[in-house]
Design a protein around this ligand. Structure first.
Ligand code: PRX
Length: 655
């Protein structure tokens, strides 16, 4: 994580190379400024023009922004479109035989799918879903391995106007169940198993477990893609094999034309309460954001081979795998596996083999690959690369420099892209032909995005001072609602004490004297572990649900590879554990969290105490726990603590 010191000491600047700029979609700083000025002058016309250029409308819109129900904004509200039509049919006339997806499986098998082929697969599944009475507005859960079929499933839902909700394959039955229930899903699309790094994960049996929970009755169809052929339990009423379902389905499927604001999907993400929230996105505004950023930030060219390494279970895999690249008609790589299998050269091998031009990954992957083979990229031919990208968490300048020098061979700009599940597409990121880069800074907002840093009352803070990151004006790809919870939506993102007008991102940030943005981290109780959002409350509520736990508090601690590590402070019921019991109970609780949420949420460390540091009014003092987790001396005032002696007991991990 960059600290204020490392940022203040960062003076390196990398200006765009002339060869890059001259061909770039935004070719100079002046061109970038001109776009910003255009948006500044009349931002409704600015976005209307982009929406007309980028989207194939079934019925053109006449209204640009409707803010009468603010903060429930509507963009292009009376227009009609279909997102799948925009991603597939639109390319059939001009480039049906262009490869849309180069797929590489975990064990190295490679397949190429053209736009024609992808269109047919999507139509078949869409027809099959329709004939099972899955229609516009129905919710469909997708719990799939990272394969072409996951994208086909998402696009098929979009085609018939069903609202998909992808759940990352690493989530547990309980997490899956919660999401199925919250969404009121009628169908689940899954696979028999998932294979990553040679390990199998039994997705279908996790689905069974989730559906067996008594109240998951809304689901009437489970579609199973056969990945490994492993034996599964098959419910003759509810379950159906993907290949059987689609076998005789037609290759043509009339898209469902939907209003611009029709929800394209919901995606669950962690917030500051124990309950994940269903972030709801629109059709047109979302599509516009992903497409426009493909052009401005990824500087998309028709000859590109684009590779975003994110799983479709996260927003990055939605915007820059399932939608953005297809909307552009790009050729992209989809990879089923993990960067370290069968060895730490796997990413570099894929780039070399498929001649990837644009490579977009997360700092945590970069840091782990540095550790496993800092010089490894040198052994590969990476000259096809022209642009690198980073997403999900702050990138420390050291990792940035390694990425730049070893992977990009000091030729390729790095686009450090700040955005969120809620923003749908890039918000602050460099247009690579226009902006001089500073390692660790996501640089400047995209044209039309009015990002700013403000204090608690919503007033601008001057450059050089930290504050809350907000976006002052609505933008097309922004979150439309939290599924089923309008109040939480308003309170979380448009809080009254900041005036209720600005979108509050939940990050603290800082602008340097030249106006560059530097993201410092979350301001709420959300951790960023390996680029994945985890709510501390979510982990705490799972811990206290274990029969031996009386109380728990979870905080983050900086971690060299993961960015942040999860540290849990636990009070057990009954006696403080003996030394020999601690290993066992630590193991039990870690496995419990993995089972209840998913392995990504497993605490890295658990410290036991007879109680937790609390104020006299009973509030847990988390900042003290954060200091303890980091191993810092406690310099804070502890006079308000009810039980100061406890600090000593929680100081070190139990042996
Ligand atoms: O804290 C910021 C961090 O990730 C959060 C959003 O997480 P999520 O919704 O899961 O989306 C991740 C992928 C877009 C943000 O609030 N974050 C994301 N990108 C960056 C970042 N922090 C610093 N620099 C980034 N480039």
């Amino acid at each position: 994580m960059p600290t204020i010191e490392s940022i203040l000491n960062e003076t390196r600047v990398f200006s765009p190379a002339k060869e890059f700029s001259t061909k770039a979609n935004i070719p100079s700083f002046e061109a970038y400024q001109a776009l910003c000025a255009e948006a500044e002058e009349d931002y409704l016309s600015f976005w209307a023009k982009r929406a007309q250029e980028q989207i194939a409308w079934h019925k053109p819109f006449t209204q640009v922004l409707n803010d009468q129900m603010a903060p429930f904004f509507q963009w292009f509200g009376d227009g009609e479109l279909n997102v799948s039509y925009n991603c597939l049919d639109r390319h059939l006339e001009t480039q049906a035989d262009k490869v849309a997806i180069i797929f590489e499986s975990d064990d190295g098998e490679i397949t190429h799918s053209t736009y024609r082929d992808l269109h047919q697969r999507v139509c078949k599944l869409a027809n099959a879903l329709r004939s099972n009475n899955i229609n516009k507005g129905d919710r469909v859960i997708i719990y799939m391995p990272m394969r072409i079929e996951a994208v086909v499933a998402m696009q098929a839902c979009a085609r018939i106007g069903a609202i998909h909700s992808v759940v990352f394959g690493g989530f547990s039955a309980k997490s899956l169940h919660e999401r199925i229930q919250d969404a009121g899903a009628v169908a689940v699309i899954t696979a028999d198993e998932q294979v990553r790094g040679g390990k199998r994960n039994p997705l279908k049996s996790i689905v069974d477990e989730a559906l067996n929970k008594v109240d998951a009755i809304s689901v009437r169809l489970v579609v199973i893609y056969q990945r490994t052929g492993a034996a599964i339990r098959f419910d003759p009423v509810r379950d159906v094999w993907w290949h059987e379902l689609t076998e005789n389905a037609s290759l043509q499927c009339e898209p469902e034309w939907v209003g611009a604001e029709h929800p394209l999907f919901t995606l669950y993400t962690s917030g500051s309460t124990g309950k994940p929230k269903g972030v709801q996105h629109s059709s047109a505004g979302y599509l516009l954001g992903t497409k426009q950023s493909m052009q401005w930030i990824f500087d998309y060219k028709p000859t590109d081979v684009f590779w975003c390494t994110a799983d479709v279970g996260w927003i990055t895999g939605h915007s820059y795998v399932a939608y953005g690249p297809l909307a552009m008609g790009a050729t992209q790589v989809i990879f089923e596996g993990i960067p370290t299998y069968p060895n730490a050269g796997r990413f570099w091998d894929i780039i070399q083999k498929h001649k990837v031009t644009t490579f977009y990954t997360a700092p945590t992957a970069i840091r782990s690959l540095i550790k496993l083979g800092a010089d490894l990229p040198e052994q590969y031919e990476l000259s096809s690369l022209r642009l690198l990208g980073s997403v999900g968490e702050p990138i420390n300048p050291e990792a940035w420099m390694w990425f730049y020098e070893k992977v990009g061979r000091s030729r390729c700009p790095i686009v450090d892209t700040w955005w969120q599940t809620e923003t749908g597409s890039h918000m602050i990121a460099p247009a690579p032909g226009a902006i001089a880069l500073k390692p660790g800074s996501c640089t400047f907002p995209l044209p039309g995005i009015f990002a700013a840093i403000v204090d608690e009352a919503g007033h601008d803070v001057e450059n050089g001072k930290g504050g809350f990151l907000v976006i002052k004006k609505p933008f097309p790809s922004q979150i439309r609602a939290l599924w089923g919870d309008p109040e939480r939506f308003k309170e979380t993102y448009f809080p009254e004490d900041m005036g209720g007008k600005y979108y509050l991102a939940g990050d603290s940030a800082y602008r340097d004297m030249e106006g560059y943005f530097w993201i410092m981290g979350r301001t709420d109780d959300v951790l960023n572990v390996s680029g994945h959002r985890l709510g501390t409350m979510e982990i705490e509520s799972v811990l206290v649900a274990h029969p031996s736990v009386a109380e728990a508090a979870v905080v983050g601690k900086p971690h060299e590879i993961k960015g942040e590590a999860v540290i849990a402070f636990v009070v057990l019921k009954g006696q403080y554990p003996h030394a020999e019991e601690i290993t066992q109970i630590t193991h039990t609780l870690r496995e419990w969290v993995a089972k209840e949420i998913g392995p990504i949420a497993k605490p890295d460390e658990i410290r036991f105490g007879e109680n937790l540091p609390k104020t006299r009014s009973g509030k847990i003092m988390r900042r003290l726990l954060r200091s303890l987790a980091k191993g810092e001396e406690i310099t804070q005032d502890v006079s308000t603590l009810e039980n100061p002696a406890i600090l000593e007991q929680l100081k070190y991990p139990a042996q």
